[in-house]
Ligand binder design. Structure first.
Ligand code: ZN
Length: 475
């Protein structure tokens, strides 16, 4: 009667395969970037471009619209205290995003033929600026322009790059409201803002009536500039221990298998004797200072720790701090895609919450060009975390998307049908770690077990029966 969905594949279990529709509460996305995505939404999207030529055409097509997208005249920006502003210049920079560097690269000469353009890579960690954009932006953003090709610098200064992108395109309440409408259409109610670029973002959320649908995180450098009132809106400080797979800046313990050199090491950690492919952004002491800063401010600390080496370093630092001070600020580690069982135990003992993204299980396919088979299989080890290390979804293991992509279908599909069995989440684990209260709304999702696909059920034929074991039930 009960169709077990968790341990056995339906085919092996001899269960009739059929489509199911389940109704789930809207998602509470614990890792997103609403202000950045609201801005990118109006920019040129390169994610569907098959090659360089197609991408160049997409950017060229935007030229006629560039006047609307350019610099200046954005209410949010006028309130940016301490920001460099690029308003007042003649001309505009076109913002493009979604570029996947494993598919194609851009030649400098072709890019330089275009009007001023700033391209943000799919991972949000790699960027390109053509000579026109450099010229336009240099007066106000000299440091960023001079260092945009230096991945070590970029990883240490992501908040600056984010401010720059928001400055190019402009953020206002309308754009933010449209972004949340899009999220709602995909079954997401709440989205944590992991990187507020300035205190002005608080006003934009307020104006859009969205303060109760987010938690605001900001970089320590920004937090220091905030006044007491602004600080009261901040949940915590966000820092990065390493970079991203897309930009080859993640601190993973194996070299990229395609032989492409990774980012140069930051050279600050004393641990960069590997092969130049890993990037630990801060020294242990620098990280420890951030921990102390969050503790002093009585705020959460969120540490981007994507690679296994980043997890090693972060846990070394947290353990040392905890030993010395007797207590840690409330701490989250973000991504933890390659965390080992040993480190999972260490993090659990420290009371660290893991904030992870089921949709990144597809990195085991997407980055097969650069990660070894062993690393591909180690990615997103949810079964190990839950079954062996004792993590409990919704308590100390929370889920989000990082907006790659947004919405329930991808989140659920990658949870139920991931590339590796160790990445699988039951429906119950998924809802416990990822959903907002049902009062925020529910959405009907069509689960095609045979094709391993999840989509929004358009004709609303609901079957909202779900038992607590996370099995789909039919009676
Ligand atoms: Zn993020």
């Amino acid at each position: 009667m009960i169709k077990i969905f968790s341990m056995l594949s339906p085919v092996k279990a001899g269960i009739a395969i059929m489509d199911r529709t389940i109704t789930l509460p809207f998602l509470k996305d614990h890792h997103n970037h609403p202000s950045l995505y609201a801005v990118l939404d109006g920019s040129v999207y390169l994610g569907d471009a098959a090659d360089e030529a197609e991408a160049l055409t997409l950017i060229e097509e935007r030229v006629g619209l560039a006047g609307r997208q350019g610099t200046g005249h954005h209410p949010g920006r006028d309130k940016n205290r301490g920001d460099n502003r690029s308003s007042g210049r003649d001309g505009n920079v076109i913002l493009a995003h979604g570029w996947n560097d494993s598919r194609f690269s851009f030649s400098t000469s072709a890019l330089d033929l275009l009007p001023p353009v700033f391209i943000c890579g799919e991972s949000l960690h790699n960027h390109l600026m053509n000579s026109g954009a450099r010229e336009l932006l240099r007066p106000d953003w000299k440091e960023a322009v001079d260092n945009i090709d230096d991945s070590s610098w970029v990883e240490r200064h992501l908040p600056v790059i984010l401010r720059l992108m928001i400055d190019i395109a402009g953020l206002d309440a309308g754009a933010l409201a449209r972004f949340y409408e899009m999220l709602e259409g995909r079954g997401v109610w709440y989205a944590e803002e992991m990187l507020m670029s300035s205190a002005a973002v608080i006003d934009v959320f307020r104006e859009a009536g969205l303060l109760d649908r987010t938690s605001l995180w900001t970089a320590p450098e920004s937090f220091r500039e905030f006044n007491a009132d602004e600080r009261s809106f901040v949940k915590g400080m966000k820092i990065w221990a390493d970079g991203a797979l897309g930009a080859r800046t993640a601190a993973v313990s194996m070299p990229w298998i395609d032989g492409v050199p990774g980012a140069r090491t930051a050279g600050v950690s004393g641990k960069d004797d590997f092969d130049g492919t890993r990037l630990l952004i801060y020294s242990d002491d620098e990280l420890s200072e951030f921990v102390a800063e969050a503790a002093d401010a009585k705020k959460w600390l969120s540490i981007h720790s994507l690679g296994d080496l980043a997890c090693d370093q972060v846990l070394d630092v947290l353990e040392r701090y905890s030993d010395e001070q007797g207590i840690l600020p409330s701490t989250r580690m973000e991504h933890c895609q390659f965390i080992s069982l040993e480190n999972a135990h260490r993090a659990w003992m420290l009371g660290v919450v893991l904030s992870m993204q089921p949709n990144f299980s597809v990195d085991s396919v997407r980055y097969a060009d650069r990660l070894s088979p062993e690393m591909l299989e180690r990615n997103n080890p949810f079964r190990m975390l839950i079954d062996e290390a004792g993590y409990v979804p919704g308590i100390d293991l929370v889920f989000g998307s990082d907006g790659m992509p947004h919405g329930q279908p991808a989140a659920l599909e990658n949870s139920l049908f991931p590339p590796f069995p160790g990445q699988r989440l039951t429906l119950y684990e998924f809802t416990s770690g990822y959903c907002a209260g049902a009062e925020s709304g529910t959405m009907a999702m069509a689960v095609d077990i045979e094709k391993k696909k999840v989509s929004i059920n358009q004709d609303e034929s609901h079957d909202d029966r779900m038992n607590p074991d996370g099995c789909l039930r039919e009676d």
